[in-house]
Each structure stands twice: as structure tokens, then as C-alpha cells.
Design a protein around this ligand. Structure first.
Ligand SMILES: [Zn+2]
Length: 257
């Protein structure tokens, strides 16, 4: 009996160890949602309206709020349907499409010189020369260094004028890089630490159109890319499941290797 119990006990320990997550290896890549959270100049900001905050007449604490705002505020998902008719809306994206191996392409040296820099196919080849071929089903994150401007509307977006979309300046993905990642590397999803995967001056949002047409989900305003290695981490991007949505607030995090 004693031996049997010991075996059962060891088995329980073994199973829980296998499922345990080392919390030190978790990286939160999400900005908090608040009324001053950066958003596209034409989007409705995030807002919390107080329903109650304080002691009730019965003496216990009770707080509750209503929230509102654009799907595209702060760290968020762009569903393929955002720029591609007939493609997945937010709730249709399978969970497996937003969880996968992280590929972090560091282009900070380029974006320091050119703030409207576009990721090239060459940048992808340079990454592969150092780290090996992109994993199939990879989640490609363009690391521009823009996170250091977060909170400074003028530097992050290029303009702090509400509604002004003609003076936007930040890096993004080129058409060629988007096509290469889909056709040659079968990636699963893409993300960036700027307001949009199409660079500031874009008027046709080609990267959005190309990734959308291929049902590739997009993550924007991704935080803390400096904490991720070039490869080896796993990304979990969990959008709010909005039915018929063109996007959604996103909780995105990584598990380090
Ligand atoms: Zn968006």
C-alpha cells in the first residue's frame, strides 16, 4: 500500500512538474489600456466609465465599469477581414494561428537612419544567415525600436494632431517582404512595435492587403520586443473574441526558451 501511494504521489509530482510554467520566462508584450493609450488618429480612444467604485450601503467593496473604444487601440489584432473581403473576422481566427514560434527581426540600425523604413527581403535573408531558415508557421515580429517612443504621440506616430493621417511617420513591412513571408516561408502571423505594419506614409496599406488576403493575422503596437531573443521564444497572442470584428484588443505574451 505504502509503495503504491509513493508511486501515485511521484506520478502526481511528475505530471505537475511537466505542466509547470517558469514565470520568470514569461514576457508581457502588451501595453495597458487607458484613456491616454495611443491609437490611430481617427480611432475612438479606449474609455472606462464608472458604474460603481466604493463601499456599498451594505458595507462591502464593489467596483465595476463599462468600457468602449476602437478595436484598434493600443496593442491589438488586425483580423484578415480588416483589409480583405471574405477573409477571417476576429472570432473566426483559429487559436492555433496566433500561437507559435517567435522570429524577431531587429532592424533598429536601419530605422534610426530612416524613420519610414520598410522591411526588405534582404533583412529576412540576413536573419536567416545568422539564425537559420525561418520556421514554417513562424510568427514574425519586426523589431524597429519604436517602443522607446511609446507614450510620446508625436515621436511614435509622427504627428500629435488628432485626425491627421497625412503626417504619419514610422517603419513597416514592404510589399515584397510580405509576399516573401507568405509564399516562400509559410508564416502564421506577423507583428510590429509600431502603430501599423504599413509604414506611416502608406496610402494603400499594401502589407495589410497582402497579409489579409492570405488570412495572416497581424499584431500592432507590440511591446517589449527587446526582451525576446531572435528565435526560440513562443508567442501567445490572445485577442478578445469579437464576432464579426475587424480586429480586437490583444493580450500578447511570450514564453522564453
Ligand atoms: Zn489595426
Amino acid at each position: 500500500m505504502r509503495t503504491f501511494l509513493t508511486i501515485v504521489f511521484s506520478l502526481v509530482l511528475f505530471v505537475s512538474a511537466a505542466n509547470a510554467i517558469d514565470e520568470k520566462k514569461l514576457v508581457d508584450m502588451t501595453y495597458a489600456f487607458a484613456s491616454d493609450t495611443l491609437h490611430w488618429p481617427t480611432a475612438k480612444p479606449f474609455q472606462l466609465d464608472k458604474v460603481n467604485e466604493g463601499r456599498t450601503p451594505q458595507g462591502f467593496w464593489y467596483s465595476s465599469y463599462n468600457y468602449s473604444g476602437s478595436e484598434h487601440v493600443g496593442t491589438h489584432l488586425d483580423a484578415p477581414f480588416h483589409f480583405a473581403e471574405g477573409r477571417w473576422t476576429t472570432e473566426q481566427i483559429p487559436l492555433g494561428k496566433t500561437i507559435g514560434p517567435a522570429v524577431v527581426i531587429d532592424v533598429r540600425r536601419k530605422t534610426e537612419i530612416e524613420r519610414d523604413y520598410l522591411l526588405t527581403v534582404n533583412d529576412i535573408h540576413s536573419w536567416e544567415k545568422r539564425y537559420g531558415r525561418l520556421p514554417k508557421g513562424g510568427i514574425v515580429l519586426m523589431y524597429t525600436g519604436w517602443g522607446r517612443y511609446w507614450g510620446d504621440r508625436k515621436r511614435y506616430l509622427g504627428t500629435d494632431e488628432p485626425g491627421n493621417v497625412s503626417d504619419l511617420h514610422f517603419p513597416g513591412f514592404s510589399k515584397e517582404a510580405a509576399e516573401f513571408l507568405i509564399k516562400q516561408r509559410s508564416i502564421k502571423a506577423v507583428g510590429i512595435d509600431t502603430p501599423s505594419i504599413d509604414h506611416g506614409p502608406s496610402r494603400d496599406f499594401l502589407a495589410h492587403q497582402i497579409f489579409g488576403a492570405a488570412n495572416v493575422p497581424i499584431f500592432e503596437n507590440v511591446a517589449s520586443l527587446e526582451k525576446l531573443p531572435a528565435k526560440g521564444a513562443t508567442v501567445f497572442a490572445i485577442p478578445m473574441k469579437i464576432k464579426g470584428g475587424s480586429g480586437a484588443p490583444l493580450r500578447i505574451f511570450a514564453l522564453l526558451p
